[in-house]
Design a protein around this ligand. Structure first.
Ligand code: COA
Length: 419
């Protein structure tokens, strides 16, 4: 059916959930925005925005289509802070339940899928995460069937369960690998020193996880049980480092819930039976991921205080990103046999003017990962091991990996408040 006709089925007041990140059905969302004038109080819910996100950029558009974000990104941050969009705190693993249990009832799900196979099954491609739950809970399912969407296993929707289909043939949105500087290399090398042969990796978003991958070339038999992975994993597989041999839960498989990278990644996963794409309430569920042995969870942070509390999603009062799967995997790594949770970040921010290690979190900042869950904090200056350490010992460990320019001040503050 025509794009215009399909989107005409959306009504004022509807809650629309769209596929996530590279799985965003961009053409459907853009047409929704074109039809804004006939819509009042529609709500659009998604995580990382990769499309134009015009309802966040154009002032006044929020009266027609307002964004409810479950993970802020470039275009939505400003809109959230200016009360033109909202943020809902929720663990990534819990998002499907919001839809399935009607806590956030879904009127329309906009999804991007691969063309149907001979049985009429379309693959969710690069975004299974909460997208599958949204489609299964929605009153109306509109699918962009994109010829260039990779066909990944093992999550499908049958054409019989789709109300309207719009066919396209466009490249899936790409995310270029981040630039890795000397700083990230130092952090990457420190993190890599904690990873043992046979570990199963969860990798967060950003330059640091990519830098870590480039230091794992001499490891053996690594596995992937993660929420997302990118091009770096394809290279390590090609070099024979990733084999998934000791992935006790899904041997031989790459388990993930969404994918974000370049065409190289999308070609690698297309029709690849070793790719195991599952909903996020499976991949990130502590009862599932926690069963994966030697799970090494590698995530990043904005700030860590001397008590070991991690802030990864707010900048003071401002919503910067979201909790995503950080806590899901930090907790899973804690219960995994031989598991490790690693928070890796540069010691400073804003061109070296701010220490990310601070006595307390900035006023307004929210705790993402509690101090009880943190094992290792890594910067370019080393590794702080907080597990089983007293509050005073933690403060000392963390000062030891702070930037040297800030250590004296931190010592002073810690002496007054903690030590
Ligand atoms: N004070 C002030 N500014 C800060 C800051 C601080 N404490 N920490 C970071 N910044 C600034 C940086 O300087 C940078 O700004 P610049 O580009 O102008 O220099 C900007 O904020 C981004 O910081 P950076 O650390 O480069 O971000 P990143 O892209 O590496 O992402 C997180 C780091 C923590 C935001 C990101 O990992 C995240 O959102 N985590 C939460 C979710 C998660 O972990 N999910 C895991 C599974 S995918």
């Amino acid at each position: 059916m025509s794009l215009k006709e399909a989107i005409s089925a959306v009504k004022s007041g509807d809650r629309i959930v769209t596929g996530h990140a590279a799985g965003e059905p961009i053409v459907l969302v853009e047409e929704l925005v074109r039809q804004k004038d006939r819509l009042e109080n529609a709500e659009i819910v998604h995580m990382v925005p990769m499309g134009k996100c015009e309802y966040c950029q154009v002032e006044g558009l929020e009266k027609h289509i307002r964004h409810n974000s479950i993970f802020a990104g470039g275009p939505s941050r400003k809109a959230i802070s200016r009360n033109r969009a909202d943020y809902t705190p929720v663990f990534f693993s819990d998002v499907p339940r919001l839809f399935k249990e009607g806590i956030l009832p879904v009127d329309a799900a906009f999804i991007q899928v691969s063309p149907p196979d001979e049985d009429g099954n379309c693959s969710y491609g690069v975004s299974v995460d909460y997208t599958k739950a949204a489609a299964e809970s929605a009153k109306l399912v509109i699918a962009e069937v994109n010829r260039q969407c990779p066909r990944t296993y093992d999550s499908f929707i049958n054409v019989a369960d789709i109300d309207y289909i719009v066919e396209t043939d466009r490249p899936v949105v790409e995310l270029q690998p981040p630039k890795i500087t000397e700083l990230e290399e130092k952090i990457g090398a420190n993190v890599a020193s904690l990873i043992k042969d046979g570990s199963n990796l969860q990798l967060g978003i950003g330059a640091i996880p990519d830098a870590v991958l480039s230091f794992l070339k001499d490891k053996k038999d690594l596995g992937i049980h993660t929420e997302m992975f990118s091009d770096g994993v394809v290279d390590l597989y090609a070099e024979g480092v990733i084999t998934n041999k000791y992935n006790n839960l899904h041997p031989g498989k790459f388990t993930a819930t969404f994918l974000m990278g370049t065409k190289k990644l999308y070609d690698f996963v297309d029709n690849n039976p070793d790719i195991n794409m599952q909903p996020v309430d499976y991949t990130n569920n502590i009862m599932v991921a926690g069963r994966v042995e030697r799970l090494a969870a590698i995530n990043s942070a904005i700030q860590v205080d001397l008590f070991g509390q991690v802030c990864a999603d707010t900048m003071g009062y401002r919503q910067f990103s979201g909790v995503g799967g950080q806590v899901d995997f930090v907790r899973a790594a804690s219960v995994s046999q031989g598991g490790k949770s690693i928070i890796a970040m540069p010691s400073t921010a804003k061109s070296g003017t701010i220490s990310r290690i601070a006595l307390t979190l900035t006023e307004g900042a929210c705790v993402t990962t509690s101090r009880n869950d943190v094992h290792y904090v890594v910067t370019e200056y080393g590794i702080a091991n907080l597990r089983g350490k007293t509050v005073r010992q933690r403060a000392r460990e963390l000062i030891g990996i702070a930037h040297p320019d800030f250590r004296e001040e931190l010592e002073k503050q810690a002496c007054e408040a903690i030590i």
